[in-house]
Design a protein around this ligand. Structure first.
Ligand code: AP5
Length: 208
């Protein structure tokens, strides 16, 4: 299964990917996680990406495309992958298409998780992440257990200001690529405004 999870910031892409990878036995490739790891490690890519990410802007296509094409060429992606947060622009979608064509493989599905804008800021500003396990929590919707309260962190770009900038970028740059996949007949649209378990069931059904 070669698939993409797409949707606005806070739609639940990371939450759903964590629930789905076991079912499909494919690696979860989150460009946001890869870029945050590069920032934490202080690599050249990380130094370049940091400012864009904190401002809620997109990291330049050339950097992200090279990072993803290299990643999906690795052995663990031979029978599939779940991309989360890529592609986010038309050039990224076209570069992915070309790379898959060159490898004589194709995407099976693009899952669009839709959540109305008015719910996004609350989801994003309430998010907390466990740096040890990568687990995603929410102060209200999925509170972290008592024994890890002290170590959960808030992402630097989870401020209201950066969230609104990310949402604007989603509408101007990412939403326009959705027809590209609808035209290929591989788009599956799922309402993400429900409990996480219900959203997982909707995605699983949409993929059947
Ligand atoms: P990235 O990390 O990809 O951020 P994003 O797309 O904005 O998505 P999020 O991770 O914020 O949200 P999510 O949909 O995964 O939601 P989650 O499951 O965590 O990218 C960060 C930055 O990196 C970008 O702004 C950009 O700068 C750069 N970047 C990354 N990829 C790039 C690319 N391809 N090109 C250029 N730049 C790139 O859930 C959110 C919260 O809601 C959590 O607290 C969760 O517990 C809660 N929640 C989840 N589901 C539900 C539910 N059903 N009900 C209630 N609460 C829920």
């Amino acid at each position: 299964m070669r698939m993409i999870l797409v949707g606005p910031p806070g739609a639940g892409k990371g939450t759903q990917a964590a629930r789905l990878v076991d079912t499909y036995q494919i690696p979860h490739i989150s460009t946001g996680d890869m870029l945050r790891a590069a920032v934490n490690e202080g690599t050249e890519l990380g130094k370049c990406a940091d400012g864009y990410m904190q401002r809620g802007e997109l990291v330049p296509d050339s950097l992200v495309i090279a990072m993803v094409i290299e990643r999906i060429g690795k052995a663990d992606c031979a029978s599939g992958f779940m991309l989360d947060g890529f592609p986010r622009t038309r050039p990224q979608a076209e570069a992915l298409d070309q790379a898959l064509q060159d490898a004589n493989v194709a995407l099976d599905a693009v899952v669009l998780i839709s959540v109305p804008d008015e719910f996004i800021v609350k989801r994003i500003t309430g998010r907390r992440c466990d740096p040890d396990t990568g687990e995603i929590y929410h102060l209200e919707f999925r509170p972290p257990p008592d024994d890890i309260q002290d170590r959960v962190i808030q992402r630097k770009d989870d401020t209201e200001e950066a969230c609104l900038a990310r949402l604007a970028k989603y509408h101007s740059e990412t939403a326009p690529i959705i027809p590209f996949y609808r035209d290929q007949g591989i788009l599956r649209e799922v309402d993400g405004n429900a409990a996480p378990t219900d959203v997982t069931a909707r995605i699983t059904t949409a993929l059947q």
